[in-house]
Design a protein around this ligand. Sequence first.
Ligand SMILES: O=P(O)(O)OC[C@H]1O[C@](O)(CO)[C@@H](O)[C@@H]1O
Length: 778
Amino acid sequence: MIIARTATHLASELDALRFKNGAQRCVSLVTTRGGFHDGHGTVINAADTVSDIVVVAVAPEPNQKNGNLVTASEFQDISFLENHHVDLLYAPADDELFPHSFEFMIGVAQPHACDVVDVGAYRLTQHLKLINAVLPNIMVWGEKNFVEFHSVRQMINNLDIRTQIQCVPTLRHADGVAVSSAAENMTAAERANLPILYETLNNVAHAIRTGARTFSNLEKTARLALRGAGLQIQYFKILDEENLGAASEKTTTYRILGGVKLGNIPNLTDPLTQQPLKSLLNDKQRAQRLQHQLAGIWFDFSKQWVDGVVLDGLTALAHDRNVMSQAKAMLAGEAINLSENRAVLHSALRGGAPAADKDMQDQVNKTLSRMFKLEADITSGRWRGYTGKVITDIVHIGIGGSHLGPELVVNALVDHKTNSLRIHFVANIDAAELTRTLALCQPETTLFIIASKSFGTLETQVNAKSARSWFLERTGSLEGIAKHFVAITTNLSAAKAFGLDEANLFPLWDWVGGRFSLWSAVGLPILMSIGKQGFEAFLAGAKEVDTHFATAPAAANVPLLSALLATWNYNFLGARSLAVLAYDERLKLLPDYLQQLEMESNGKSVNRAGERVDCATMPILWGGTGTKGQHAYHQMLHQGTHEFTADFIIVAQDEHNYPEHHNWLLANALGQSQAMAIGHLPAENEPHKAVAGNHSTTTIVLDALAPRQLGALLATYEHKVFCQGAIWDINSFDQWGVELGKRLAEPIYAQLAGHTGQPATQDLVTQHLLDHLKNKKR
Ligand SMILES: O=P(O)(O)OC[C@H]1O[C@](O)(CO)[C@@H](O)[C@@H]1O
């Protein structure tokens, strides 16, 4: 590689390179400031592919007399360029480019609207001088320096310089951080926060791609997210690619520029923007926007790490994403489940979708009446088993949406039981569950409820078959089936083929998603447990939420706010899990139920148009009951390295009349959420006692754990899931991901069951496992 330090030396070397064997060769120029890294490498490689001769210029800083390259790293820089097959390095000192007698500078006549980074007369003149010295056919830039690239491009166009100019995409680390000398020289703590910049750029790009056009709000929200992550913003702009002016409705190509400063980061203490959560907690205004009463529940979002500006930004985001007009379409019965071409009308099961088809509502009411009759017949003893005995045990067989909701509600409302029926649930294909349950039951006094929307789900089929065999082996009475088996399904013919009596079949409809079906006949165990009045109150609580959701303004719409705050936590503050912390033992199954509701609904990675989403979607939802969790996983929440958000669910009334227990239970819930918000700064010599704080949490206070409140709580989560999906532009109502594993299990089962003639189709690793299991099986 030739190294030239003066314009004269450069000219003579370049002439020789440019004109070889009588032919003129193509020269490219890459201008840099030295300190080379792989990011430069991609630009130089690109220059190499479009030209015969690559010249790299290292532009000096003002008054940089002797350091033609960046000081101490000169040696590394030269070998880096040689390794990248650069032909010529031009490294003039500042006084070579700008001698004392120099009196002219070139400037921009009309500064562009973007005030991102001022390229300035010095740099522009320097670029012009480098271009004049090298006379390149083409200049190649890295996109990371887009503003400077744009200014030079304008200069080339406006001054009729006969050089082409192009830029190449930014090289990024696996976590999205642009490769740069700054990124290499950061402390681990500074570096850890940086991926949020790329994520935020992507979030905004995604928002624009999917129709968001309130640019100032998008910028505001993005800035807050960056500050929230402890980054000092240099600039964050949504611009028109063409002229780098502010983006407008007319913009066809957008350029989103974001830059952050590092070093001496004030870590969320900038009073003009985001303050530590601790300092927000005493703001009297918070209650108004962040505490809401709905259907016997107090939703308290005031421990969320947001302020008014963030809330405005989030509300604008909902508007941009048309969340509420999509909700309207859902409640009107439009087929918003695109991949299955189905309506999503579980609200109609509780009278919460008045615009839904009349016929649909009639079917719902008719089925409800039949459910009430069955419950009354069983609990009054009018319905008897085949030997005339009253029913004492209900065994509900179903899985996923046909199980989780009913079991949760039956357990949670145990204090609202109206009769002595014992209700059991069998979901797993593991026979442990079925056999243990059957061991508690007598065939003459047991009613089996088989709940399966499809009536084709493996677990339910196998369990139902075994339950029927258990019954027949003990009773020998085929006619007895009619007294001991009922089913809920959309697939009535499959249920009949199973041998079930038509009169014992309760319909379900394709417009009810499995995980939203507990309000239908799938909820029969709930009805059997809490009776007609209780079940009606449960539906009514959910309907109150439907009405609120459809009519409340965005800023006070509880399900929408929940979803927006979740977005803020997941997509802007980097929370990767949602902990559901129920401070009531009766709600032990709530996290399991919500796992299906939220994760099966929104665990998606393509949008509604089938394109890959470019933002994180549903994080991991998990949880348990307080105070037990405090002695298990709360340590990690307080001092671990994962960002999270949590929902605290508490019940205000002491329903067991044990005041000491109840007061401690509530005190612990509030103490935990307070600790998560305010953290603890220990003495300098006790870093192990530091608690970071600044974790957003929501506190949900049920007046009582009663049917109305529980119905309202679950419906709120349902609508939150809908809003979340609308914000992410994903279909929350299908679940294609569960199919592959099911399919792969089939040939494995055939081998385990010794079905002959089935060739092994598995990979070697799976085959070895299978052989091992076959050997070990008795
Ligand atoms: O009610 P079915 O058709 O038996 O389905 C049970 C569950 O299986 C799934 O299809 C997949 O897990 C769930 O969505 C559904 O709730």
